[in-house]
Design a protein. Structure first.
Length: 384
């Protein structure tokens, strides 16, 4: 396929009206592609960007990873392309450990499949090895103190699908952090009361990532800078951020960008099944969550995941920070791909890379989404 996109600019390079050549699901050189050029013109200025990669998402469209079914994962794959997400890590939360192991098998079987829409790249296991006082919306009764047997079971169930695990490092987890890191798993610090010193010790052990900065962790204080301070100060860490204006205010988003920079930030949604469903009451790990507008909360008013879309996160980041499109691409795709060890084939509009890309207008509305070169969402065809 060769297609020229008119009134479109490539976000990474600034190239206008690009001709995109695709063969075998990958970007190829136009000189090597002898297909007839198709022309597609948009009636407003648009950008061509790598498809978003969401490394922390629990659910969408009334489906949740914790449902433990292939149908739930299929629903997520189909729905996510509508917000420009072309790859993702289905994310578990603290729950029955046997169900977590069952879900590992499902995700392992679905890895790499994209016939339904977005590609599953593996799993993010959030909990159950977290601090009870920082559990947020995670069910208290299923929190566990991690031991060797738990790691044996997780590695057996998930295999190479276990890409990220969120844990509280202060709970005597250093030996298991070392083991997980040696197995190629990204150990993420989250739902934690760790001090800066404890966080630093976990980095030495192998932790390299921060789960949803600011939320469910020790905040910054001038005498004890905590996990937030470590995120700001330690260049070894990559950092997730929920850029919705609720989990972190616009000022906190701006501070994060100015302090950490585009090279270490990963925008995520942390969304739950209510995304795309409107206001109402929904289940999250056996707890009732009320959604009103853009917020999802438990009955005690604790934020419970989000209903954020990746294109909304991108729009807010651009609005608040005035970041360049090239910087935004890093925070929505390139950094995620590098973190997952697939930066040589995803996260950029480059020769030989998977042809996962989106067309967005200047408001970041999704016009089209392509996965492996196949058009999987077209706003015109899905208009009401």
């Amino acid at each position: 396929m060769m297609r020229q996109f008119h009134n479109v600019t490539i976000g990474e390079t600034g190239e206008r009206d690009p001709i995109i050549a695709i063969k075998g699901g990958k970007f190829t050189d136009t000189a090597d592609n002898h297909s007839e050029i198709e022309h597609l013109t948009f009636n407003e200025p648009c950008y061509l960007l790598p498809g978003f990669i969401d490394v922390h998402i629990h659910g969408i469209a009334n489906a949740d990873v914790m449902d433990g079914t292939e149908e739930a994962l299929d629903t997520m794959q189909r729905a996510l392309v509508k917000e420009g997400t072309t790859s993702f890590l289905p994310t578990t939360l603290t729950g029955d450990f046997g169900n977590l192991l069952h879900i590992g098998g499902l995700i392992q079987n679905k890895m790499g499949q994209h016939e339904s829409g977005a590609t599953i790249l593996g799993a993010h296991v959030e909990g159950p090895f977290i601090h009870p006082n920082k559990r947020g919306a995670q069910p208290l009764e299923h929190i566990l103190k991690m031991n060797k047997n738990h790691i044996d079971d997780l590695l057996a169930a998930y295999g190479d699908a276990l890409r990220i695990i969120t844990l509280a490092p202060e709970l005597d987890h250093d030996e298991q952090i070392k083991r997980l890191a040696n197995e190629g798993v990204t150990v993420s610090i989250g739902h934690t009361e760790a001090t800066y010193e404890e966080t630093s010790a976990s980095i030495v052990a192998g932790a390299s990532h921060i789960t949803h900065l600011y939320n469910a962790m020790t905040g910054f204080h001038h005498r004890e800078v905590g996990v937030v301070g470590a995120a700001f100060l330690r260049p070894e860490l990559t950092v997730e951020l929920i850029a919705d204006g609720y989990h972190a205010s616009k000022e906190a988003v701006q501070l994060c960008f100015q302090t950490i920079g585009a090279d270490r930030l990963l925008l995520i949604t942390d969304s739950m099944r209510a995304k795309g469903m409107g206001d109402g009451a929904f289940d999250l790990g056996g707890q009732e969550v009320t959604v009103l507008g853009s917020e999802a909360r438990l009955s005690n008013d604790v934020l419970a995941g989000s209903v954020l879309k990746m294109n909304e996160a991108a729009a807010l980041m651009r609005e608040v920070t005035s970041c360049s499109l090239a910087e935004l691409v890093k925070m929505t795709s390139t950094n995620q791909a590098k973190k997952l060890g697939i930066g040589d084939r995803k996260g950029s509009i480059a020769l030989g890379f998977d042809a996962d890309f989106i067309i967005v207008n200047e408001r970041f509305d999704i016009m089209q989404t392509y996965v492996n070169g196949k058009l999987v969402f077209d706003k015109k065809e899905n208009a009401e």
